[in-house]
Write a protein that binds this ligand. Sequence first.
Ligand SMILES: CC(C)(COP(=O)(O)OP(=O)(O)OC[C@H]1O[C@@H](n2cnc3c(N)ncnc32)[C@H](O)[C@@H]1OP(=O)(O)O)[C@@H](O)C(=O)NCCC(=O)NCCS
Length: 381
Amino acid sequence: MGEAAKGKVGGLAGVVAGKSAICTVGTGHGLNYRGYDIYDLARECEFEEVAYLLLRDELPNKSQLAEFKQELKAARALPKELKEALKLLPKNAHPMDIMRTGCSVLGCLEQENLDVLKMQFPDQQKIAVRLLGIFPSILTFWHHYHHSGKEISTDSTQDSIGGYFLELLHQTPPKDLWVKAMHVSLILYAEHEFNASTFTSRVITATMSDVYSAITGAIGALRGPLHGGANEAAMDLIAEFKTPQEAIDGIHKKLSNKDKIMGFGHRVYVTADPRNVVIKEWSRKLSDDVKDTKGLYPISEAIEKVMWDEKKLFPNLDFYSASAYHFMGIPTSYFTPIFIFSRTAGWIAHVFEQRANNKLIRPSSEYIGPENREFVPMDKR
Ligand SMILES: CC(C)(COP(=O)(O)OP(=O)(O)OC[C@H]1O[C@@H](n2cnc3c(N)ncnc32)[C@H](O)[C@@H]1OP(=O)(O)O)[C@@H](O)C(=O)NCCC(=O)NCCS
């Protein structure tokens, strides 16, 4: 039995914290969403098909997909009060804080109708669609208002979440190649079993709270650099170097200083993150497409090689996602919000699953504090 399984390492490593029929991560099954191999999904599907699979258990047929996309399009509009709130938030706020707040404000405006005694949640599918539809609107409305003083329209003919985001961000229709890259990226990010943010959403849901609270909490958990925030930190790292040789020397130096290299390693995977080969290939395609003059792709490969040679650490999904997003002209601080656009499907699938068989999540701790202390009255302290 490994250290993790014996519970000797912290962070609940190796602890099985519940049952789920949504996703397998490693452990002999590969990475599957509801039994479908992630490689098949990433190669063949649009993100919206995968979101449907996660939220409604089965892949959609043509007409179901068309209807789902219509629902998502109709869910993009920003309520007036939410626009006002976004205008009030500061320009220098972190975009993840904008997303967290935007989700919470929407929860005040369009409250979930739920009957916890009867365990009835008639709005939950509608709210899932609303959040998937509106999240790119929240980010881009705030972005344009604070960077160019413009209140953008959320009307768009783009029928995908990724294409819609790129069109609103750049205020011009995106290339087909970029839309395809977004589909792949969003599919890879959509679900990953009991990671920190998903587990957060299940803990909140288990108290019988509403969907908005679960997703607001999940966004907070995703923000940190040990989780979703790693894609932004990886971009900052890659951008530090001008050549592959500089990267090789720089990473050696950081490792000798015992620095953590963001975008490498994983709690569950041991030798590779299966999502990496897919996003790496897309990063390469996009680097060719934009004629990567700064050499960010070869610099990334140089970092990857040093990390493997020196530490046997491999890039996780966040590492090559960073350069892929950069090549599509996306500002670095919007990388983790894109993760939200996608993982919302996985988070809410877990909300549904938790609700369907709920039990309050409330573990115990091993007490290691002082015992039998003599009480000292206030005037003697
Ligand atoms: C993902 C992560 C949090 C998993 O962490 P974990 O299972 O708790 O493992 P630890 O952080 O305890 O790491 C185990 C050892 O590997 C080292 N290590 C792990 N990831 C590392 C990294 N990215 N860079 C340098 N060293 C790393 C640790 O320093 C530690 O070494 P030690 O035993 O000599 O102290 C960790 O790999 C990490 O911080 N990676 C960078 C952040 C990141 O990319 N997060 C996104 C995950 S998808």
